[in-house]
Ligand binder design. Sequence first.
Ligand code: SGN
Ligand code: CA
Length: 524
Amino acid sequence: MCVSFSQILAQTNKRPNIIFIMSDDHAYQAISAYDQRLISTPNIDRIAKKGILFTNASVTNSICAPSRATILTGKHSHLNGKVDNHFKFDTTNITFPQILQANGYQTAMFGKLHFGNSPKGFDQFKILPDQGNYYNPDFITKNEGNIKVNGYVTDIITDMTLDWLKQERTPEKPFLLMYLHKAPHRSWLMAERHLNEMTQKTYPEPKTLFDDYSGRTSPAKEAEMNILTSMSWAGDNKIYPATMDSLKIPEIGFDKRRFAAEMGRLTPSQKANFDRVYDRINAEFIKAYPSMTEQDKMRWKFQRYMQDYLGTLRSVDENVGRLLDYLEANNLMENTIIVYTSDQGFYLGEHGWFDKRFIYDESFKTPLMVSWPSQIKAGQKSDALVQNLDFAQTFLDAADIPAPKDMQGQSLIPLMTGKSWKRDAVYYHYYEYPAEHMVNRHYAIVTKKYKLIHYYFSTDAWELIDREKDPLELKNVYNDPAYASIRKTLHKQLDALRLKYKDNSTISNGYIDRFLNDAAEGKV
Ligand code: SGN
Ligand code: CA
């Protein structure tokens, strides 16, 4: 006899708790469950060991707030309206937390949302305004107004999360807890306790650190996210303004202003700890700089970038461990779905880049692991083409609540519990251009074997990437006669996918007019 999932739920008579852990800009290359070259993340890896690790998870639009909007609504950006970071989320959208709350779930959110407004459907929230700050951050809270909390953001968000579990959770109800880190977002300020250790390490360079972008159409070369030419000395690499002045290094980007804004938040004792470490780095740099070639500078900046970026992840991993320890000690693992993911991936020097936005793997793909010991077998790995679009329906399915018909994802529950699940291709659309980092607009179809990408707006260019033969994604084979037939097939599939997801726009939602208006008013 075949027993359905809802029958199993009815038998156990207990809907699962859901803990959604998301970091901001966490590259899968920086999780040891995926890749051991850069950092060890034993606590995050615990989730993969207890459940399932996805090696082909991706986002529909690789940028922060749009990814979050897709997660909450289960809809692509062009339908939920949040196509970019600049404009507020449209709160007339129905989100899965609202549906869970209406169906008896207790709901809470702590950390970064980045919507420009407060979330609906939460019994409790404490969120960072906009991007938030690493040190002594402000929070917008549901019940206490705006507050400032002293300390380090990753520790504070975890404290809030644990306090809620200990003091506010109603044990009779299932809960949804969204635990959303700011780290490892730019400008990468790590906790004081990791400064000394993490600034003395050296890291292996990615194979494509010196990519010259010659094998692709113009957007890769035109983007402003190359570590050598777009990463700022002060704000990112922590080269102090006095050092820059003495060496006559020209500013890149926002540089000194952003640097001053972040550093200005530190207490004198925090500042002293930073100075102890960064003074040493500045002194070394002053000696080395005069004889550095451009290649040396790239290498030096890459190392500084990795030290600070990975430094912020040390506390994410420690704090995820604190949460998991609490859940284990309080018998809350068995029937709790725990997700660890990021709002998108990130370039850690691949193609010479930092940041995200592009559809090339390191930003298009995102880490994803899920545990739910009572339902999901431990130690699994899946290369299925799953997306952030699927979370809403997955959670509603787990709670046995029908999803609204206009959600566009697919529940991952059958896939994770060994039932049949199928998807041949996913759709991607990035819009935020012209804007910081200057990544042209593009939409694409991605299968396990190929990517067919259309860059439009300030250009009109197609790329075809053979993912199996060219895993580093260096060569556009769109005009190679050997790919004529696959190109034709992919074009057809892309047209069908755009129809299925109802995306017939290229210039979406008057975005460009709003952007230009804001630019004219000095808001961008
Ligand atoms: C900030 C960063 C950018 C980053 C965007 C979006 N610049 O503007 O490098 O791409 O956020 O990031 S900074 O100089 O202010 O650090 S997102 O994760 O919110 O989408
Ligand atoms: Ca992000």
